[in-house]
Ligand binder design. Structure first.
Ligand SMILES: Nc1nc2c([nH]c(=O)n2[C@H]2C[C@H](O)[C@@H](COP(=O)(O)OP(=O)(O)OP(=O)(O)O)O2)c(=O)[nH]1
Length: 211
């Protein structure tokens, strides 16, 4: 029986019980923070078989693969920021929907990151490399997808199978915990605290029950 909880780590809120999906790290307290900055992160997924990621060429998270996103500007909603950042960083427009919230605290940094995660299953425009991101498609490995009903016919995307799998070892360490929840289209929330060595110190991820 999965564990349902309404008690979430500080910084997270949700109005219904969530099922714990992953938790771990040291038992000590969550790291304290003073301020919270709003960010977005957006993913384009096709046929449940491939996902568009961008290689971060500069700045925070340089050298890692990620969705497309950045800071929410003053006067902007996070949904508007997500659409703008996807356009600025990948050159495309997509009907993004909110899929989850991530909260990160870094040891020695007094501003916490609140990230609204969006995804879309279609897009328009031409995927374009920018100064900040190099976009590429990756195939979604079965291990990240919910178990399939063997009686359902799968619309295999032969082209996606030729792509490299999602490079979790070259992404933020927390991504492996919530990526399967996003791919299963479950609403998720999660928090991860990172030490000064950039390793995850404590984490908790939860989601709406699997349907
Ligand atoms: N997947 C993932 N993304 C993360 C983590 N931590 C973290 O900040 N991000 C995302 C949120 C943002 O999409 C991105 C950081 O934004 P950015 O580096 O582009 O922001 P920026 O300050 O340059 O802002 P901007 O100029 O693009 O507006 O990284 C994490 O642990 N996992």
């Amino acid at each position: 029986m999965s564990k349902e909880t309404t008690e979430l780590p500080p910084g997270l809120a949700h109005d219904a019980p969530l099922v714990e999906a992953a938790s771990g790290g040291e038992e000590n307290d969550w790291i304290a923070y003073d301020k919270v900055k709003q960010y977005t992160n957006a993913f384009v997924i096709q046929n449940d078989s491939k996902i568009l990621l961008g290689y971060k060429k500069r700045g925070f998270g340089q050298g890692l693969w990620n969705g497309f996103g950045g800071k929410v500007d003053p006067g902007e909603t996070s949904a508007q920021a997500a659409v703008r950042e996807l356009q600025e960083e990948a050159g495309i427009t997509a009907p993004l929907q909110l899929r989850g919230i991530l909260f990160f605290v870094l040891e020695g940094v007094d501003t916490a990151f609140h990230i609204s995660v969006y995804s879309a299953y279609e897009y328009s425009g031409t995927i374009t490399e920018t100064d900040e991101m190099r976009p590429e498609w990756f195939s979604i490995q079965d291990s990240l997808l919910p178990p399939r009903n063997p009686l359902t016919t799968i619309d295999h995307d032969a082209q996606a199978e030729e792509l490299p799998p999602i490079p979790l070892d070259k992404m933020w360490a927390d991504d492996e915990f919530w990526m399967p929840l996003m791919l299963a289209r479950r609403y998720f929330v999660g928090r991860a605290d990172f030490g000064a060595d950039n390793k995850m110190r404590r984490w908790w991820f939860g989601a709406t029950p699997a349907s």
